[in-house]
Design a protein around this ligand. Structure first.
Ligand code: G4P
Length: 528
């Protein structure tokens, strides 16, 4: 009998958060290298290129220099199984990123040593804070000149409001970079240039008192280092597992991803201390990871991964129990049993058919539109995982066809793209308009591009008189009916058929709210 508890305990599921260009892709590549998943560096970029070849619309990503897809990579490290969930890089895709962060147990924050805390990092950090996600920090590009390490920690503490506990400390920086000291083990890892792209077996001394260290880094540097360490250890916090797990303290590492330096101490510390899958809240009860029965939720849908097959893959995070290929699971929202045939796992080398999966793992389920973001699967129990919201979009456009005969395709395209969650699709009750809502303006370009490439529809998006939307809820059928009648002009349905108030202005929304105190106007739709 497979031991679900033991399998859950050895899983580490996390995402990397960073400002674009801080080195997320490079670090991902190195982590995969340690996992033995790839032989050569450049493979993540290679994978990107291969995906571009199969999926045409991703050309847009390439042209814009953004990444709009997120993927899942799984690799073994020691006795552990690590799941790395990639978050989309561009600021416009915040909602998608948000949902990826609901599916992880911890995060790794990458900061550029020269740039310090940047705007996107601040935003992502806010998201992590909503769930008290534990965060480790990697300060990257140490081979370049950057800010003073002590000032950087100060910046992280004041700007991000999280206590720093340095675990490695740099010896020099830029041209003077000599290595890092491990403040917990006392070891000194020397930096050797040109060792990138292989597993780094750097020279390691047991402590800074090793007589050979002076010969390697020089008497002056050693004496400076001693002074600095004294200062750091006196002024900063030491690592506290409980504080880290509570999201109040971040262990900090220094290194250079491109040179594969300082990455291994990070990874070793990560698998040792980062949380394994934890219990999760549902509408019914709290579900513990080590329960024997399968449960999980869908946090992402990707359409047309393979345009030839028009498939849609729902990414499900396993929260408890064991998934086995071909098993049937209960789709709570529709109340139907569903056979999870041909589910995919995401071993870093490739997408593969999943034989089994455990808490913390992500499986990809092929489907034709029956599965939505936020859906829960169980082995029969009626509960839904909470905290995976759809946000009310902030920008709206009406889709207009250049060829009116393609209305059906347009509708289908908009519906399917909305299933992925980056955009939302609304149909007013009183008109034939097709309205797309998005959080960022770039998403309209992406939608237009994909409609053309994947559905053969030439559409443009033009302004429409909607400024915000709210999902409508009401406990009284009668009141709801009355509200519907009186406000039909401003009501519509979202892609899932839920009633939505399409407010022409904020003032209008406010008035409607005041006039209808029994009606709830919700800014997020927790997939019901
Ligand atoms: P991102 O995914 O966070 O956007 O960043 P990415 O890894 O793509 O890295 C951004 C740039 O920073 C890349 O350079 C990358 O090579 C460089 N970089 C990453 N880690 C380090 C490091 O430790 N030291 C130095 N000096 N540079 C680093 P690029 O010129 O944009 O791309 P490429 O020409 O290397 O492909």
């Amino acid at each position: 009998m497979p031991d679900v508890a033991a399998e859950a305990r050895r899983r580490r599921t996390f995402a990397i958060i960073s400002h674009p260009d801080a080195g997320k892709t490079t670090l991902t590549e190195k982590l995969l290298l340690f996992g033995g998943a790839i032989q050569m560096a450049g493979s993540v970029k290679g994978r990107k290129a291969a995906r571009h070849a199969t999926s045409d619309w991703m050309k847009l990503e390439q042209e814009r220099g953004i990444s709009v897809t997120s993927s899942v990579m799984q690799f073994p490290y020691g006795d552990h199984i690590v799941n790395l969930l990639d978050t989309p890089g561009h600021a416009d895709f915040g909602e998608d990123t948000y949902r990826v962060l609901t599916a992880v147990d911890s995060a790794l924050m990458v900061i550029d040593v020269a740039k310090g805390v940047e705007e996107r990092t601040i935003k992502l950090m806010e998201v992590c804070r909503m769930r008290d996600t534990p965060i480790m920090t990697f300060i990257n590009k140490l081979d370049r000149e950057g800010k003073d390490p002590i000032e950087l920690l100060d910046e992280v503490e004041t700007v991000l409001g999280i206590q720093c506990a340095p675990v490695t400390w740099p010896i020099g920086m830029g041209k003077r970079l000599k290595g890092v000291v491990h403040l917990v083990s006392g070891e000194v890892h020397l930096y050797e240039q040109g060792r990138n792209f292989t597993r780094q077996d750097s020279t390691i001394f047991a402590s800074i008192d090793d007589p050979q260290l002076e010969a390697r880094i020089g008497a002056q540097m050693l004496s400076e280092l001693r002074d600095e360490l004294e200062l750091v250890q006196g002024a900063s916090h030491s690592f506290d597992l409980d504080e880290y797990r509570a999201g109040r303290q971040t262990p900090v590492f220094f290194g250079s991803a491109v040179n594969n330096f300082g990455v291994q101490p990070l990874l070793d510390f990560f698998v040792r201390h980062a949380p394994s899958p934890q219990s999760r809240e549902t509408t019914g009860r709290v579900v513990a990871a080590d329960e024997p029965r399968l449960s999980g939720f869908v946090f992402k849908i990707q359409a047309n991964m393979d345009p030839q097959h028009r498939d849609r893959v729902a990414f499900m995070r396993v929260c408890s129990g064991r998934f086995e290929a071909g098993m049937k699971a209960f789709h709570v929202r529709t109340g139907k049993e569903m056979k999870l045939a041909n589910a995919l796992t995401f071993m870093a080398s490739d997408r593969e058919i999943a034989a089994e999966a455990y808490p913390g793992d992500v499986i990809g389920i092929h489907n034709h539109g029956t599965i939505s973001i936020g859906d829960t699967f169980t082995e029969g129990e009626q509960f839904t995982f909470t905290g995976i919201p759809n946000f009310a979009p902030e920008l709206f456009r009406r889709a207009r066809l250049r060829d009116p005969l393609k209305l059906k395709q347009l509708q289908k395209g908009l519906e399917q793209l909305s299933e992925e969650g980056a955009t939302q699709f609304f149909r007013p009750l009183m008109s034939n308009d097709l309205i797309l809502g998005a959080v960022g303006v770039l998403q309209f370009d992406v939608a237009a591009y994909r409609l053309k490439a994947e559905y053969g529809v030439d559409a443009i998006f033009e302004p429409v008189g909607v400024s915000t939307t709210r999902w409508i809820r009401c406990d009284s059928e009668k009141k709801l009916e009355e509200f519907r009648e009186k406000n039909a002009m401003n009501l519509g349905l979202d892609a899932a058929g839920e009633l939505v108030y399409l407010a022409p202005s904020r003032v209008n929304l406010q008035l409607a709210q005041e006039r209808w105190p029994d009606v709830r106007f919700d800014a997020t739709r927790e997939a019901a």
